[in-house]
Structure formats: C-alpha cells, structure tokens
Design a protein around this ligand. Structure first.
Ligand code: GCU
Length: 691
C-alpha cells in the first residue's frame, strides 16, 4: 500500500467513525418526535386566568423542554381565540403567543410550533398563523382483540396490555397519546370491530377507564367497538332486538355504567350484519333501527354511534353494490348522533378503488370516511407505500353531488347543528419498538392525523415534514425520498393490481398474489376469479348498465363516464368493464400489452426504490438503514413475484404472449401456484421464505 493509500484509508476510517457517532443507532421508537431536550428549560408562561389544567401543563412542559428559539412563549386560553380545537400563534418581537379557546387547542399550538421549528418554518416578526381542524373527530380504529392479538396488525401485539390493567399502566399509553396529540388525533376506538361481548364486562370497563385516564390530558377520547348481540351474549337476554324494551333497558344500564367510570366516553363503533356479525337485520330490523336505539341511549351522555356501512352478502351478484342498496334508502332516518362510517371504496381497502358511491348519496345523514392505515392489502409491514396520496385521491374526488362537491366536502358538511364530522383510520400500531413494523409506515399514521386536521394539505407537504422530523432535514435525503414516497402508491398498484384489477390476493392473509385461487366450497365473493373475471374474451368486472349497473350508483356525469369503456378513466378500466384483450387504449397499445407493460414497469420502479435507498445510506442511522434495506429488497422481489404471477396467469386466458421486449419471467407460474405462504406467525425474519 502506498502512503497515499494509507492516508486515504485513515481519513476514511475517521470519517466513518464520525458518521457512525452522528448517526447513532435509532430504533424508531421516537417516531417524528425526535427533538433534543434543552439543557435548561425555555421561558414559557401561562397568561391570564386560565385554569391550570394538566393539558396546559403538558403544553408548557413540551415547549420548555424542546423550544430552542430566543423568543419567550406565552400560552393562553381565551374566548376570543379560535375554538373547536383550533388555535392562533402570533409573534410580536421577542414574544410568541399561543392561544386557543380550549386547553387542548393550546397543546395543539405547542406541537405546531415545535413542528415549525423542526421543519424550518419559523415565524417572522408580526406573523400570525391560525389553524382549525377539518374534522371534529379524528379517530383511530384499533382492530385489537382482548387476547392481545391484532386483526390485520403487522407490528407485534396490541399496545393495550389487558392482563396488566388496570393496576399497571404501560408507558406506551402516554407515548401513544402524545404522538397522536402531536398530529391532532383526538379519539380512539380501543378494540376490534369484530367485537367480543366481553369487552363490555365490568372488569374490562375498569381497564378501559385506566387507559382513558391516561389519554385524557392529551385530548383523546376513548370509544369502544361493540358486538350488537352483547345483551344476549353478556347480559343473558333471549334477544338483542333493538326494538325490544328489555334490550334497550340493558343498553341503558350498560351505558350508565360506562359513563360513571368514563365521563367523557366517546361512544360506540358498530360492525353489524357484516361478514357474519350479529345486527338488527337478524330481527327483521334495519341498520337505522339498530343505530338509533344505541344513539338514543348514548345521547343524554353526549356519546355518538359510528355505524359501519361495510356490508355484503354472497347472494348479491356484485359486492360493490350492496352498501349503497342497503343504506341509501335509510337516508334521513338516522339520529343526529349517528355517523355512518364508509370505507373509502365500495369493496374493501383494495390497492386502488374508485370512491364509494355512498359519498354524496346520503345528504341527510352524517357520513364519515374510513381509511386503512394498516397495510392489509398493500404489502403489510414490508412494502413502503405512502398512503396520503391514496387518501387525497379519495378526499379530493368530485362526487358531483348537487352539481359538484368533493368527498372531503360532503363528509365535512354537518347535517345538523348537533352532528359531528369525523374521519377514521384503521391503526397500524403495535407493541413492536418502532410502533408500525416498518419505519416508513410511521408516515401513514402521521399522514392520517395531518389529513384529518387539514384535508387540504398536499401529500407532498406531509411527506416532506414527516421525513424532515423522522429522519433528517438534509435536502439530499428529503428531496429524493419525498419523490419515492409520492410515487410509492402508484408503483404498488402497478405491480399488484393495475388498471382497476382488485382482490386477486392470496387467500385469507392477503400477502402476495393468487389470482388463480379458487378454493372449493368457498364464498365466491372471497375468491379472486369473482373479481377479475378472466376468460378468453377479456378481463375485468362488468359494472356497466348492461352488467351489474354499479355505475348508476354515481351521480352524473360520472355514471355515464364510467359506463363507457372509451371514457372510463384507465385506472378504473377493469373495475367497471370486462374488456377485450385487444381493446386499444389511449397509448395505441392493447389492453393486454398495457397490462403486461404496467406490471413490468411496477417491478422496475420497485427495484429503483431499493437502489435509491442504498444511496441514502450516508443520511440514515445504521439501524433504520439496515431494517429498511431488507424491506426494500423484499418489496422489489415481491414486485417481481406479483408481475410473474399475474402476467403469466392472465396469459393463459389472453392466449397472447407477453410482449417480446419484456424480460423473461424469473419464476415459473407452476412454482408460484404451488407455493403457499403460511403467514400465521409471519415475521420479517421469514421474508427469505417467499418466492
Ligand atoms: C376486511 C378485513 C377484515 C375486517 C373487515 C372489516 O375484510 O380483511 O379483517 O374485519 O375488513 O373491515 O370489517
């Protein structure tokens, strides 16, 4: 080795050590709240006659600990400040005033100021910012079971430690509350929509009370999912008929018991007559009968009912139609304190769906969107898919109600003075150290809160501020990673289910492709062939006027646009149409060619994500870098798996070759069809077992 080489080696080692020190291992537990604590507290005081609440004390402490500016901070609760959780931040010389009509508004202001500090958006002298949330209820739905498992959870077990409660309070509860408050989330449903009756037992309620007490200072109200048959299953009544006097009496007593323990209890979330759960239809009653009975019982306490519209029966020839058919006739029949909770699309959180036609179809009913933060259908905790893009696509979609109104507008509109607007997100949180399994999936929890707070934020703005706070504000990292996040949803759709394909997943666990899955005796609407309808003529589900007529559930001009194969947006082509393989698309290529090229493009882009992540190495701590690298590598392999499975499987029907300029498949279709993923105890360590 020459002396120059020796010298170089020495320099590199020193630089490497310095970098390693700077980028010391991070386990992701701190989420986007990675501010360094001040050695000496910043100057913060609470002005005016405000009651010294715990919430104000938290706001003050957060700022004292983490505010790095020169300015003095003054917090105040005052009637002339914005209400409904809103706030004002004003800088006057060397003083910054944070005010709101409520203490929780002041806490939101504190987090907003710290976010500005972290993202370099400092206030200039004389500047005033005012914010107030788009939705009243910004609510997470945990699909957590009393036994600690999480339905569709990919980040460990439930953070609610029911065995230890109420005696022992895990530190996770407070950290959870803080993280949520920092993005404006103000409500949470603790348990699975597939609810166990035992959730309402006296024992469980005392545990719920302990959690509620920990979350309360952070402005978070607790809700529970309830099993509609609880009066039977837990109360021992012979029926759960919502019109039965004894049933109503049982619920009245139960609700009084809950409010004695939890005076600010939020209310119930109900999945009724859906996928086998009990409900009012078991007694010949309607969804409105069921929802209103519970709403009446909750109303004197200020509680609300979130009644889900996720319903479908195998008897319906098109699953996409049923929610609309069951709920639209009930428009105007629901109480003020009922909110009908509607998944973003008409089927079930698929990689890409058009918005549900229920948005804009029930003008006399409070409707709320339900998004899925947990990535059941989008690569679980392995793939990086930034969902703000998808949610914006839904929120910004024009329903054409009354000449034109977006999904955001129709869901933010209050149908009565007493109604509350709301948005729900199915949580991706578990007890794994970094909360969400995949460090990048924290972005989806973050984005959900930010979009509830302001549905006008752009996906780009949210991605940027997330990356700056959670990783680094170095532009060499933020700019390319922001691009990656913004592309990631489209890329996943391309390699999984492009052009409107949907529900062609492996059975039950929904990880990986299985368009061929046709288990004997299984409900057809749980099987991929029901959705893709591949045959020698073409591909896709005919939902036109001559098919299932789902198109007619949309307002004009959408119904006509979707109905015509020549005007239907190409991203929904196979959602609404059974399209001939040789149908010529806008780029002059056939449907079959486009299908293949899109799968190939998706896989190529996924591979580029991995390359890009490798280039990010200098900017990321070693621990998160390595954890994400493994995931990006697996994601690009999965994309090839999807591509090879789908292109080769559909080729059997199209009887056309995969275009010659596409590379040869890596996998044989037969091998993929024989592969079965046993995912029950699937962890990141099992990634190597995949094709
Ligand atoms: C999906 C999911 C289920 C869940 C259901 C629901 O079908 O796979 O696990 O229970 O949605 O939203 O109720």
């Amino acid at each position: 080795m020459t002396s120059v080489q020796l010298m170089m080696r020495y320099v590199l080692t020193v630089v490497g050590l310095a970098l390693a020190f700077l980028l010391r291992a991070e386990d992701g537990h701190r989420l986007w709240l990675r501010m360094e604590r001040n050695a000496a507290p910043a100057e913060v005081r609470v002005a005016g006659p405000a009651k010294k609440t715990v919430t104000l004390a938290i706001a003050r402490e957060e700022l004292a600990d983490f505010w790095k500016g020169e300015e003095r901070l003054v917090l105040s609760v005052s009637d002339d400040a914005p209400g409904r959780d809103g706030f004002r931040i004003r800088r006057r010389g060397q003083e910054i005033q944070l005010s709101s009509a409520s203490d929780i508004g002041v806490l939101y202001a504190a987090y907003a100021l710290l976010r500005r500090q972290q993202t370099g958006q400092l206030l200039s002298d004389g500047q005033t910012v005012e914010e107030s949330p788009s939705y009243d209820l910004r609510i997470l739905n945990h699909w957590d079971n009393p036994d600690g498992t999480v339905e569709r959870g990919y980040a460990g077990r439930s953070i609610w430690k029911w065995d230890e409660l109420p005696g022992k309070l895990s530190p996770l509860y407070r950290e959870y509350a803080r993280a949520n408050a920092s993005v404006g989330i103000n409500a949470t449903v603790l348990n699975n929509v597939n609810a166990k009756a035992e959730m309402l037992s006296g024992d469980m309620l005392r545990k719920v009370m302990a959690i509620a007490a920990t979350l309360r200072p952070y402005g978070i109200r607790v809700f529970l999912s309830v099993n509609f048959a609880t009066p039977k299953l837990l109360g021992g009544l012979p029926t759960a008929d919502p019109l039965d006097a004894e049933v109503r009496k049982w619920w009245t007593g139960k609700v009084e018991e809950i409010y004695r323990l939890i005076p600010d209890f939020g209310g119930f979330l109900v999945k009724a007559n859906s996928e086998g759960t009990p409900g009012p239809q078991d007694y010949g009653r309607t969804h409105a009968d069921g929802a209103n009975m519970l709403a009446d019982v909750l109303a004197p306490h200020g509680g609300v009912v979130m009644w889900r519209a996720f319903v479908y029966q195998p008897s319906n020839s098109d699953r996409a139609c049923q929610a609309y058919e069951e709920f639209v006739p009930l428009d105007g029949c629901f109480r003020d304190n009922v909110i009908v909770q509607v998944k973003n699309g008409p089927i079930d959180f698929q990689p890409r769906e058009p918005f549900s036609p229920l948005f804009g179809a029930m003008p006399h009913t409070q409707i709320m969107p339900e998004f899925q933060i947990t990535q059941e259908y989008l690569g679980q905790s392995i793939h990086t898919v930034f969902l703000a893009t998808m949610w914006k696509d839904c929120l910004d979609a024009d329903t054409y109600y009354d000449g034109g109104a977006t999904v955001a507008a129709v869901t933010q509109h209050k149908v009565s003075e007493k109604s509350l607007s709301a948005m729900a997100g199915v949580s991706n949180i578990g007890d794994t150290v970094n909360w969400t399994g995949n460090d990048m999936a924290q972005a989806n929890w973050y984005a959900f809160g930010r979009l509830c707070w302001n549905s006008h934020y752009t996906a780009r703005q949210i991605a940027e501020e997330f990356l700056q706070q959670t990783f680094t504000d170095d532009e060499r990292f933020v700019a390319p990673m922001c691009q990656l996040l913004l592309r990631s949803w489209n890329v996943a759709v391309d390699y999984m289910m492009p052009m409107g394909l949907h529900h062609i997943f492996a059975f039950s666990h929904h990880y990986g492709p299985e368009p061929w899955c046709n288990l004997e005796g299984m409900r057809p609407d749980w099987l991929p062939p029901y959705y893709h309808q591949a045959d020698s003529a073409g591909l896709g589900f005919d939902r036109t006027r001559s098919g299932s007529d789902a198109v007619s559930q949309y307002h004009e001009p959408l119904a006509t646009i979707y109905n015509d194969v020549h005007t239907c947006p190409e991203e929904y082509l196979l959602w609404f149409h059974h399209v001939p393989w040789d149908f010529v698309m806008s780029d002059g290529l056939t449907m079959w060619e486009n299908l293949c090229y899109t799968y190939y493009r998706g896989a190529e882009e996924a591979a580029r994500f991995t390359d890009l992540w490798r280039e990010m190495r200098p900017y990321v701590d070693a621990e998160r870098y390595a954890a994400m690298l493994k995931r990006f590598e697996r994601q690009s392999k999965d994309a090839v798996w999807w591509r090879d499975a789908c292109a080769q499987y559909f080729a059997r029907f199209s009887a056309r070759p995969i275009p010659a300029d596409c590379t040869k498949p890596v996998h044989l279709l037969q091998d993929l069809m024989e592969f079965h993923l046993d995912i029950d105890n699937y962890t990141a360590a099992d990634m190597e077992k995949l094709p």
